[in-house]
Design a protein around this ligand. Structure first.
Ligand SMILES: [Zn+2]
Length: 396
């Protein structure tokens, strides 16, 4: 493009005309975890927030912090959850040392800065941490400018990327010949999102771009059936040997594929009618576009990846140890402390036992919600308030 769409505005110690990307490997076992930097890179523009830079909207299962190396002033904070931490709860994590990619974006510091990462366990304790000093003029920070830009189309543009929340809807398992088919599915995903409050009334806070990443094969890998497909992001069902858990482990490929397109939140549409999906807070949503429940599921998973919302159902034994009754979860839509209501200001909210995969000791605020069932048409009052807070955090 000839003219930058980003304003080269400089704060005291951040250069908002460039993004710093940090690619990490999180690895280990249930006993011991390691955080290692794989590569630093940079590219033109910063599509992320301009306000609340030194705060996080939710605690998350991990946090990144960028500080001025000299003054220790916090320049930028970011919270997230990871597939790696979910994997640590599986049986496999007791006997295998496994590695997972994680990619984080932040505005480029203008001077030497300290980049640190912390991961938390279910008791809110720091279980592993990492720190390094970054020199913005380090010659080995790879420039990603000029990488080939994937075919894409804006489905909804409310304003310039630095003022709006930029959502990229990305194709997975669609061949080049199926590009228009993908764009149709992306429009369904967007319409479904904007039919739910609070997205409906706050549509003007978002930009939605559909990225038609071509795959060699049509469809998605289903290991349980011995079915492997060559797709752009190498996603597959049966993550952690759970049938309907569909994820991609290739976060580098995913972030590379989005080069040249402003993005903050990612929704991946998988070209299959097999049921499944996943949503990881501040990482991505992945959902199946050809299943009859697509419209509900894509919004539910986005509740996880954008809103950090917990599941409000409890008829699932897979993750039954996710929440500890003694610890109040950071997710805004479930609680383990029914007497000390965290949503006493939400009209109509009560206490219903059963949420976060557990029938006992974890509570939700309403009988039903988009985070509980695919049939229910909207987010409950507690979730709507939480999502509104997130939208405010990113845009005000
Ligand atoms: Zn809810």
């Amino acid at each position: 493009m000839a003219v930058s769409i980003f304003q080269p505005l400089k704060s005291q110690s951040l250069n908002f005309s460039r993004t710093l990307r940090a690619d990490f490997i999180f690895s280990g076992t249930v006993e011991k975890q390691y955080i290692s930097i794989e590569e630093l890179s940079t590219f033109n523009g910063w599509a992320g927030r301009r306000g609340h830079l030194n705060a996080v909207p939710l605690r998350g299962n991990g946090q990144l912090c960028l500080q001025d190396a000299r003054t220790k002033k916090v320049l930028y904070r970011h919270s997230f959850s990871t597939l790696f931490q979910e994997w640590l709860t599986t049986e496999e994590a007791k006997r295998v040392n496994k590695a997972f990619q994680n990619v984080f974006l932040m505005p480029m510091p203008t001077d030497s800065a300290l980049l640190s990462i912390e991961l938390y366990d279910t008791h809110s304790k720091v279980v592993s941490s990492f720190a390094m000093t970054i020199h913005p003029r380090d010659i080995l920070i790879r420039s990603l400018d000029g990488l080939q830009v994937a075919p894409h189309k804006y489905l909804w543009k409310a304003g310039v990327p630095d003022k709006k929340i930029d959502i990229a809807i990305v194709a997975e398992g669609y061949t080049e010949a199926e590009q228009n088919n993908f764009y149709s599915d992306a429009i369904i995903a967007m319409k479904s999102l904007f039919s739910h409050e609070p997205f409906k009334s706050r549509k003007d806070c978002f930009n939605i771009v559909a990225v038609a990443l071509p795959s060699q094969n049509s469809g998605i890998s289903i290991p349980k059936r011995g079915l492997w497909k060559q797709t752009a992001l190498s996603s597959h069902f049966d993550t952690f040997y759970s049938d309907r858990y569909l994820t991609t482990l290739n976060l580098r490929k995913l972030n590379d594929a989005l080069q040249g397109i402003p993005y903050e939140h990612i929704i991946i549409l998988a070209n299959t009618d097999n049921y499944g999906g996943g949503g990881i807070y501040n990482s991505y949503t992945l959902t199946t576009a050809k299943h009859s429940a697509f419209r509900s599921v894509v919004v539910h998973e986005f509740g996880h990846s954008f809103g950090g919302l917990a599941d409000e159902y409890y008829n699932d034994t897979q993750f039954s140890d996710t929440y500890n009754a003694a610890i109040e979860p950071w997710e805004l839509n479930i609680t383990t402390h029914p007497d000390d209501s965290k949503w006493k200001d939400v009209r109509g909210a009560k206490m219903y036992e059963g949420a976060g995969y557990q029938a006992k000791n974890v509570y939700r605020g309403f009988e039903n919600c988009r985070m509980k069932t695919n049939e229910y048409p909207e987010f409950c009052g507690v979730c709507q308030r939480a999502l509104n807070q997130l939208i405010d955090f990113y845009t005000k």
